[in-house]
Write a protein that binds this ligand. Structure first.
Ligand SMILES: *[C@@H]1O[C@H](CO)[C@@H](O)[C@H](O)[C@H]1NC(C)=O
Ligand SMILES: *[C@@H]1O[C@H](CO)[C@@H](O)[C@H](O)[C@H]1NC(C)=O
Length: 404
């Protein structure tokens, strides 16, 4: 069970490595959220992750239309967000691939005295879904006490692809994309929820930190998002920060440089890719994936699309070491396998052992050569820092857990 969302005022000391100063975070907001695996059949997981990777590679730097969204995700995250005063609470999907926040797909928008209609209509396509409506400004409440006045939000008049949910909370890195979704076009940059929390002084720095824990059921509420600071109870040791990569197109997202070893064998030499909560698997450039397959002796399972290993191969599986910002992050053998209790969810058989490392669909050199997805992030605490243009990672009490 999760505690209810709360506005926490804590003094958190986050000591970063590599000659960074001590950072004092004096307040942050935590938002618990639930995760659901949204796969409808065998192979769906790999297909959705690869489609998402392909969309990331295709988007251009100043693309005005966001086309990567939660509908491309095999794994979806949901939080309860208030809009209006008094707030009506909506069940919103949290999406790192898009910037617009909007309601009205399920529960209808309830107007209050804080609801102000703008002269703009809004349209956003998301892979397999879309929404269309009117842009408003309204008060948005996160958790129980954190209030953002005059947040730009969309109110859907029609939408598809979001059954069971009320809309989206977008928290993509680059907020320049909202203005391109409005008609008539506006040249003013429209701040995202996180940008507003920062510019209104509610949070001391424009960052979001994410804590996941390994899950052994398809729907689980063990995630925590913090806005503006770090929750020191969720990580161990210190945070390693690394600058957003300059390599395009990874530079458009939460892109970093990293290299990967399997045991002592090089799988991927230093290159750019992204950290993405909306991708389930850990995807590697085709050439790196093939090296991993041959090093592990795994075979491709045509039913699930995942690599499969025998018990004997599992016993001799070595750790993967991700070198990021000068620190080696160890993904243990147990962290490299799909939770066996969830094999049937992805069309697998219960006695089999599947690997979470898969093929991104193109060779290295594409500018987006890996995606460290949820299966990586459930083992490490992650910090998405817009103010300083960097990504932070740290170990957690679950880094070496044998839950899978
Ligand atoms: C879940 O997956 C289905 C099938 O791929 C898709 O149509 C739907 O939009 C997804 N739901 C969400 C909320 O992303
Ligand atoms: C990342 O790698 C690229 C290509 O090797 C290099 O140009 C860049 O300086 C590295 N660091 C960052 C922060 O982008």
């Amino acid at each position: 069970m999760l505690p209810t969302a709360s506005l926490t005022a804590l003094l958190v000391l986050a000591v970063s490595t590599v000659a960074k100063p001590i950072v004092v975070r004096d307040s942050f907001v935590t938002l618990p959220f639930a995760k659901h695996l949204n796969v409808t059949g065998a192979y769906d997981l790999v297909q959705k992750d690869q489609a998402r990777a392909a969309a990331y590679r295709q988007l251009s730097a100043d693309s005005t239309v966001v086309s990567i969204g939660v509908t491309n995700a095999a794994q979806i995250y949901v939080a309860s967000i208030g809009v209006g005063s008094p707030p009506t609470y909506y069940s919103l999907l949290i999406d790192t691939g898009s910037s617009n926040t909007w309601v009205g797909a399920g529960k209808a928008y309830v107007k209050t005295s804080t609801s102000t209609k703008t002269s703009n209509s809004v349209y956003v396509p998301y892979g397999s879904g879309q929404f269309r409506g009117t842009e408003y400004t309204d008060t948005v409440t996160l958790g129980t006490g954190l209030v953002i006045p005059k947040q730009s939000i969309g109110v859907a008049s029609s939408s598809s692809g979001f059954s069971g949910f009320d809309g989206i909370l977008g928290r993509r890195l680059n907020d320049n994309t909202i203005k391109g979704t409005l008609t008539p076009a506006t040249t003013t940059t429209i701040p995202t929820v996180t940008d507003n929390l920062y510019s209104q002084g509610t949070i001391p720095t424009d960052l979001v930190a994410v804590s996941y824990e390994p899950a052994t059921s398809a729907s689980v509420s063990n995630g925590e998002l913090t806005f503006g600071g770090l929750d020191s109870s969720k990580y161990t040791g210190s945070i390693t920060y690394t600058s957003i990569t300059t390599t395009y197109p990874a530079s458009n997202y939460w892109g970093i440089n990293q290299s990967i070893l399997y045991g002592t064998t090089s799988i991927l030499s230093s290159t750019a890719g992204i950290v993405d909560t909306g991708t389930t698997l850990t995807l590697l450039a085709t050439n790196a994936y093939k090296k991993y397959q041959s090093a592990t002796g795994a075979t491709l399972d045509r039913t699930t699309g995942l690599l499969k290993i025998t018990s004997a191969q599992y016993s001799s599986l070595k750790s993967l070491y991700f070198t990021i910002g000068g620190t080696k992050f160890e993904l243990t053998p147990n962290a490299q396998i799909w939770p066996r209790s969830l094999n049937s969810q992805i069309g697998g058989s219960s006695g089999s052992i599947y690997l979470i490392v898969n093929d991104i669909g193109s060779n290295s050199g594409s500018g987006l050569d890996f995606i460290n997805g949820y299966t990586f992030l459930e083992r490490f605490y992650s910090v998405f820092d817009t103010t300083d243009g960097r990504v932070g990672l740290a170990t957690t009490p679950y880094t070496t857990a044998t839950t899978n």
